[in-house]
Design a protein around this ligand. Sequence first.
Ligand code: AMX
Length: 425
Amino acid sequence: MATLKQTLTKRIPVLRDEIKNFVKANATKVISEVTVAQAYGGMRGVKALVCDTSVVPPDQGLIIRGKPIGTLKGQLPEAVFFLLVTGESPDDAAIEDLKKDLKSRAQVPAYVWKTLEAMPKDSHPMAMFSLGILAMERESVFRKKYDEGMQKTDFWDSTVEDCLNIIAKLPALAAGIYRMRFNKGVRIEPDAKLDWAGDYARMLGIDDPSGEFANLMRLYMVLHTDHEGGNVSAHTCHCVGSALSDAYYAVSAGLNGLAGPLHGLANQMCLRWVIMVKDKFGGVPSDEQLRQFAWDTLNSGQVIPGYGHAVLRVTDPRYAAFHEFGARVCADDELFQIVDKVFNIVPGVLKEHGKAKDPWPNVDAASGCLLYHFGLTEFEYYTVLFGVSRALGMCSQLIVSRALGEAIERPKSVTTEWVKQAVKG
Ligand code: AMX
């Protein structure tokens, strides 16, 4: 067995040398160009970031370190985190070691609860979650060691420490926020015997006699971990981290981006839309009713949540994994049946509408109805679940970035006047 840190200790010097030599040998080679449309259009497709944890080919969807996400859906999030950070699949002993390590760091400091309790009762759970992580910044090992004069080659080690401390505490923090924000009673303490996602499910306090809610949480936590480096949450975390802000600052910042309705908040919007369909038609609508409802949404200037993607051009394999889970566990649930029907109708409507480049479902189109099925009915909380998982990817990217000693981000911005002159030639 090689533990997470042992694996990194072996790999990092090799990787660092390899990248250094590669960049030196190819420094002036061109890998991308930028059009006017891209400069004004969210930099879509501009290749100016490097991220080795995962790739998202438009015609395949998420691939983590060479493994399609569909092949990882039976694994624990701990194993996927190991894979993300190191590029190697852990053996059982290494997974056990990581599970134990995380458990030993799982307690959330009391001052965090006091901070959150001082927030207005109607604060958004994402604001509470992000603030909870930021409040713990005083615990940063990286910042302490940096202040003591740590060498650049050692940055990665204390970043791993910070990331493990953050990740370990997220289930208790996020579950505590759920119980506090939605008046569910006292907090439930971590259980050292349970896995990271299974314990999260238990600490939420959702009744789970079949154990399937815990399975859903394990799946949910695996599917949302990472999605390349250019999405808003990953890129924000990377950008903030590139200033050598520690992981608490960087992950909290990334989560603030995840809280946007075009990014992680889409999952709460998505279920709301499906419930609106159910309420309007008193159950599962006919194909024609659903088609008309989709058109009404588009004609009122709104997007159909859960559909479309900045990169993907096929059905998101993460949607497929959730759909498979739903078909096994709650095929008779009307909300699941509507989600299923939406998949048959909405892509056709979006194609006819002609605007969305990707008419297919993304990760958010099916997850909400599964959570709702198990009694997690507070939509406002859904993005926190996404955030707990995405923190694994953000932390992985941050560790790799520190290991490689990446530079502070500073792309060049230009004025519209400059662009006008440039296009004149
Ligand atoms: N419904 C209606 N219109 C849509 C649409 C949808 N589901 N998806 C894209 N469009 C529209 C866009 O709003 C845009 O319109 P505009 O030209 O008037 O601004 C046009 O189609 C072209 O957009 P695009 O290039 O296909 O997509 P994008 O890269 O600009 O945006 C995304 C991607 C996901 C924000 C967009 O598809 C969307 O808003 N989808 C619905 C919200 C959603 O599901 N978000 C979740 C994304 C995954 C995640 O991060 N959780």
